[in-house]
Design a protein around this ligand. Structure first.
Ligand code: GAR
Length: 200
């Protein structure tokens, strides 16, 4: 079976990353799909998720965006850091999990067909930031999350999975975000596993 490396990109707590790593272990992706979470890359050295990844024995790398003069220079270093995790085997999937940087077309091109993201809204509604506040302010009765392939256009690309939650009376952006996040932890590993499974 061909080895399939997964690299996860984070900026913060990395709860989606944790859900993916746990699913990979519990569902034996290594034996079933030849897939492993190879490593985690963050644009912030202080990301809580990085410490957790290190505790799991995963390879980690930090590429601080603030250290680069342009988006292009940052993204070029990011590609280098991702691909250096296993110089012999390019990643089969690069998984954006709360990675809060807009990526350049060059980065997206480099990983065409291998790049996925989770966005905390029911796309195509509420691309961009502050999705939960915007859903509440718009009077939405439902909110949710979308796993999608990444294209050069922000929060576009083929939808791979979605989950819906109710917006409840009295919800704040934080209470709604927490409800959505519980669903993100289900749909993101599920969508990734579907991509790893050989077509029948
Ligand atoms: C998640 O809700 C994810 O959907 C969102 O950030 C959170 C990260 O949480 N992503 C974006 O807003 C991307 N534009 P996590 O670090 O606990 O996985």
């Amino acid at each position: 079976m061909q080895k399939k490396n997964i690299v996860i990109l984070i900026s913060g707590q990395g709860s989606n990353m944790q859900a993916i790593v746990r699913a990979a272990q519990a569902q034996r992706w290594s034996q079933r799909h030849g897939a492993q979470v190879l490593g985690v890359v963050s644009n912030k050295a202080a990301s809580a998720g990085l410490a957790w990844a290190r505790e799991q024995g995963l390879a980690t790398a930090v590429v601080e965006h603030a250290a680069y003069p342009t988006r292009e220079a940052f993204d070029a270093e990011l590609v280098r850091a991702i691909d250096a995790l296993d110089p012999q085997t390019p990643p089969a999937l690069v998984v954006l999990a709360g990675f809060m940087r807009i990526l350049t077309p060059d980065f997206v091109d480099h990983y065409t067909g291998r790049l996925v993201n989770i966005h905390p809204s029911l796309l195509p509604a509420f691309a961009g930031l502050h999705t939960h506040r915007r859903a509440i302010e718009a009077g939405c009765k439902f909110a949710g999350a979308t796993v999608h392939r990444v294209t050069a256009e922000l929060d576009h690309g083929e939808f791979l999975d979605q989950a819906v939650v109710p917006v409840l009376p009295g919800d704040t952006p934080d209470t709604l975000a927490a409800r959505v996040l519980t669903q993100e932890h289900l749909i993101y590993p599920r969508a990734i596993e579907r991509l790893l499974a050989p077509a029948v």
